[in-house]
Write a protein that binds this ligand. Sequence first.
Ligand code: GLV
Ligand code: GLV
Length: 327
Amino acid sequence: QRSKLLVTRTLPRLSQARLDKGFDGVDIVQWKEDRAIPRQEFLKLAKGADGILCLLTDKIDAELLDAAGPQLKVVSTMSVGYDHVTVSELEARKIALGITPGVLTEATADTTVLLVLSAARRLREGVDAVIQGKWGTWSPTWLLGSQLTDKTVGIVGLGRIGVAVAKRLKAFGVQKFVYHGTRPKKDAEKEVGGEFEFVDMDRLLKESDVICVCCALTDKTKNMFNYEAFSKMKDTVVFVNTARGGLVEQDGLIRALREGKLGSVGLDVTVPEPLPTDSELLSFPNCIVLPHIGSGTLETRTAMSEIAIENVLSGIKGERLPHPHDE
Ligand code: GLV
Ligand code: GLV
């Protein structure tokens, strides 16, 4: 009996070529437009699927699983984050969930450092000044940013990506890392080397010169960065979020920026995505926003789509996934 695989977008070239060649015994249905599959279309195409290869833009909830039907064995998301998936609904139906951990660590850490330096050195203002003819002369006092040498960096979530960020920032002369998460991580501290301290959120907010958000979005972490949290930060802080927009209570962030409470901000993730161009968030020269491209290198995106394919094929065959979400 043949299986049905639904793929919700065109994949990077190498993986797409594999899909185009096909897999024995598998009928592939694919949404090939380069925009998120509309919900109604998703519900319709999911019907009868044994496996679904989806993206972080596709909500996987009870309605979708019901629309798919009881034969569905696996959901494989081409992402490391899975806050778009209602895990309890999958568990209740014994549907496996695959993710793409590990392969996007380096690219995402690179993007985090890119935003830290861009925010700290006022990249947006500098580029805008050149383009708009506002570059008068070399000036001892113009467009001065801050540097990482001897600073304290706060990392929220010292997981794979947090560690990779710390390793990179250490090379810029950071003096000390403070971090917060579910528990102290001695192995991670050792892997990076240098001075580390596991602290409560309050201390992290107050003591950090730079704050990097590298944790997963869950019910517990949702909106953890609200106006009150921003108010506790140094008024020179460099705040960078490359994890999920939902970790930040965005109106609180906007208010803090409006009141001049933050040094500079770098975001790769927002609510919603895409961020409407009339969002007040885009009006602050000291806030730079990227369009969720943390893992956006050809190498990494190819590795992610390859893992997503392996996960979904294993799941369809009823085998253990190479990269399940809970490992
Ligand atoms: C990207 O945000 C991912 O979760 O892979
Ligand atoms: C800067 O360009 C310098 O020469 O100091």
